[in-house]
Design a protein around this ligand. Structure first.
Ligand code: KIV
Length: 317
């Protein structure tokens, strides 16, 4: 990590706790005016975080989608705050530049603004997150206000709300009729008023997403909301072609890593069974003796053994 020394007209500040390459909340908000789209991806561990960041992701979201793609559940509802904290710490270790945002799981913020603030505080203190995301608009504006007033950045989320799957009657596109569309516009405005720095628009008609994007001052991040949002978000297992259980219309596979995993595993299994793997190149030889200099008294030299160490592997035989 590189650290930035801040120099201000009235004095010189010590090193900033914000690494110089980190994408900050003000930089994210500024993307609205600059029109450079925000590329957001979910991540759940350090290795993926590092690779997705190397690919240019601006924001890594530890989504409660981890319930479905990592834990194998059919909804996000059972995901706990401790689950999110665990994956947040892992992702934060892999991310140097991307902002790391954590999803507030079901029932970690709904009961009261106080409980929402307490949960959000744990997300920063114990999950290493830089911002939190929660689902809902008008109904949760007070909760957002409480979190924001404690200095914790909040990303809103309106439209299709996976934590309300039973109330919605399934994962269905929202805002299809005029009244429903007006409610979603009101939700986005209420969140903006409450101080969010960005808003996810999920599963709504493209025209409605465009209208909301044009009417709020903070960036919108679409998923199943058409091309006119200020950014896009995808679940990493979807964009990499690794999750086969559900493939909504808005998902595009930018790779077929799932197939690659199956093929690589088949090759490994084949070589293990045939005995082709491991070769001598993947094996440790005998221990090398190390001879200590003879004692001045003429005592016998001591022969120590050097334990083998793990080093870089080579495919060369
Ligand atoms: O849980 C999640 O991954 C999300 C995004 C898909 C927006 O909420």
């Amino acid at each position: 990590m590189r650290w930035r020394a801040l120099r201000q007209p009235g004095g010189c500040y010590a090193e900033s706790p914000v690494p110089s390459r980190k994408l900050t909340v003000p930089a994210i908000v500024a993307r609205k005016a600059s029109k450079e789209k925000l590329a957001v991806v979910t991540a759940y561990d350090a290795t993926f975080a590092r690779l997705l960041e190397e690919g240019g992701a601006d924001i890594l979201l530890v989504g409660d989608s981890l319930g479905m793609v990592v834990q194998g559940l059919s909804t996000t509802l059972p995901v706990t705050l401790d689950d999110i904290l665990y994956h947040g710490r892992a992702v934060a270790r892999g991310a140097e530049r991307a902002q790391v945002v954590g999803d507030m799981p079901f029932m970690s913020y709904q009961v009261s603004p106080e409980e929402a603030l307490r949960s959000a505080g744990r997300m920063l203190k114990e999950g290493s997150f830089e911002a939190v995301k929660l689902e809902g608009g008008v109904r949760f504006a007070e909760h957002v206000r409480a979190i924001v007033s404690a200095g914790i950045p909040v990303m809103g989320h309106v439209g299709l709300l996976p934590q309300s799957v039973h109330a919605m009657g399934g994962y269905k596109v929202q805002g299809a009729d005029d009244a429903a569309a007006e409610r979603i516009v009101a939700d986005a405005r209420a969140l903006e008023e409450a101080g969010v720095y960005s808003i996810v628009l999920e599963g709504i008609p493209a025209a409605l997403a465009r209208r909301i994007t044009e009417s709020v001052r903070v960036p919108t991040i679409g998923i199943g909301a058409g091309p006119d949002c200020d950014g896009q978000v995808l679940v990493c297992y979807d964009l990499l072609g690794m999750y086969q259980s559900l493939r909504p219309k808005f998902v595009k596979h930018f790779g077929e890593i799932g197939r690659g995993i199956v093929e690589a595993t088949r090759a490994y299994v084949g070589e293990v069974k045939s005995g082709a793997f491991p070769t001598p190149a993947h094996s440790f030889g005998g221990q090398k003796p190390r001879t200590a200099p003879p004692e001045p008294t003429g005592a016998k030299a001591v022969v120590e053994t050097v334990p083998p160490v793990y080093g870089p592997a080579s495919d060369e035989p």
